[in-house]
Design a protein around this ligand. Sequence first.
Ligand code: AMP
Length: 172
Amino acid sequence: MDIRNIIRNVPDFPIKGIQFKDITTLLKDKEAFRYCVDQITQHCKGLNIDYIAGIEARGFIIGAPVAYSLDVGFIPIRKGGRLPYKVEKITYQLEYGESIVEIHQDAFQKGNRIMVVDDLLATGGTTLAVFQLIERLGGVVVGADFIIELEMLQGREKLKNYPVFSLVKYKI
Ligand code: AMP
């Protein structure tokens, strides 16, 4: 299935110069949504994964059904100040601005194998921060799976020590 045509490009959102990839047009298409969840689930099979970690907020939409399909637990990675219990946190640079990601300190056991899921790989800063959180807590990062990869931002290079998988790649 060619999902490229279903992803909406919104120029200059949220700031001038950003080509925002809007996946709401994909999510409302039941075949396209199922295709994305199934493809990522398929990629995770056989990797001995204990948990899917989804990055707020669009990583929840994709990651939770993948976890359900794989019959593993789901771990929410949230922006700063939103998780209620004890957290591990990291501040990092975004394609636009700066952000914080947090995980509950008791999200998983040491040695658990975790796949990170998000909608889009841009600079890779968010995903690298999440990898660091997982490793600080003694988890094993299996890799990261995305629907969309913006190749020109070289996120794959930033994550070069880890397996990265994406369904569609944009060159510009
Ligand atoms: P990065 O840390 O640069 O890889 O940015 C990844 C995060 O920012 C993901 O959670 C994306 O949802 C969001 N993001 C960054 N750039 C874009 C973009 N051009 N279109 C849509 N989402 C984006």
